[in-house]
Design a binder for this molecule. Structure first.
Ligand code: 5GP
Length: 121
């Protein structure tokens, strides 16, 4: 799969506000936050969409959730609560084709989470 801007963030070619890093993943603040707290947890391995996750990636994908919970605990909002979202492909609203777990927090979040998106012309 093609390189995305998230590879550039992993390689420090693009600046990001990094909140966590280990050998498997990176977490950084979203440039266009949709809640008072909004960061992304991404694997360093390039996986384009949820559809491209292979059985051997199951630990890695589970690790993204463990990191989300760890950072939530460290940032102090784990008990109040938060939401994780992973968008898939166009109808799912995915814009960067390198899987990423959105972590949103800091206020009561509405449900259902979606609004209809107007068709692009
Ligand atoms: P998606 O729409 O694919 O689910 O989410 C992609 C997310 O990446 C969006 O929330 C968007 O704001 C964020 N994003 C796009 N470009 C950048 C960037 O250069 N830096 C950071 N920190 N976030 C970005």
């Amino acid at each position: 799969m093609a390189e995305t801007l998230f590879d550039k963030i992993i390689n420090r070619e693009i600046q990001a506000d990094i909140v966590y890093e280990d050998d498997q993943c990176l977490a950084f603040k979203d440039i266009n936050p949709q809640a008072p707290v909004h960061f992304l947890v991404i694997p360093k391995k390039r996986i384009a969409t949820i559809n491209d996750i292979e059985p051997e990636d199951r630990e890695l994908v589970g690790h993204l959730f463990l990191v989300a919970a760890k950072v939530a605990q460290e940032m102090g909002f784990s008990e109040k609560g938060y939401r994780t979202v992973m968008n898939c492909n166009d109808d799912g609203g995915q814009s960067v084709y390198h899987i990423h777990l959105h972590v949103l927090a800091g206020k009561p979040l509405g449900w259902p989470p979606y609004t209809d998106r107007p068709k692009q012309v």
